[in-house]
Design a protein around this ligand. Structure first.
Ligand code: ZN
Length: 170
């Protein structure tokens, strides 16, 4: 780490702050800078290498291994979520839902890696989620968090010919 302060100050949301404290993660310059990357682009998902590049571009020289550990710890405490990028054979990280009241299914485009939160599906998803947690509890397990993600190709990445087939016939 260099001593230079990053230019932008990061406002860490309350729920996120609570999770960091629960996990015993100190709010170091590195932690704030990493969170800043994700908060600046809430829909985005980035790899470790991309995170390192962005931090370097912002004047933060963070050790590779330190960054790996930090990303993993942030994922472990539910601030970030980690998912496999099969094509690139690496992990991608994105912001996790930290709202108390629930799980929103998310859709991730495998082409551009943008994430879309399906807010319209909130209520049925909550029902499914509580059902799943109840089932777990009946087996004696304690579920803490449910991630629901759908993978596919977003409307922006679908080839134009596919879109054309949806046009009404003249
Ligand atoms: Zn896309």
């Amino acid at each position: 780490m260099t001593k230079r302060e990053p230019k932008e100050s990061v406002v860490v949301p309350v729920e996120m702050q609570a999770r960091l404290e629960q996990a015993g993660l100190r709010r170091t310059l590195a932690t704030r800078a990493v969170l800043g990357l994700f908060l600046a682009n809430p829909q985005g998902s980035i790899t470790h290498a991309q995170a390192q590049q962005s931090l370097t571009a912002r004047g933060l020289d963070i050790n590779r291994v330190t960054l790996y550990r930090l990303l993993d710890r942030l994922a472990a405490c539910g601030v970030l979520q980690r998912h496999a990028d099969d094509g690139a054979r690496t992990w991608r990280f994105s912001l996790a839902d930290t709202q108390q009241d629930g799980v929103l299914p998310r859709f991730e485009c495998d082409a551009c890696h943008r994430q879309f939160r399906l807010t319209e599906a909130g209520e049925p998803t909550r029902q499914v989620t509580s059902e799943l947690l109840r089932t777990l509890a009946s087996l004696g397990h304690q579920g803490l968090r449910v991630d629901l993600s759908i993978h596919g190709t977003c409307s922006g990445c679908l080839p134009a010919s596919d879109a054309n087939t949806l046009e009404p016939l003249a």
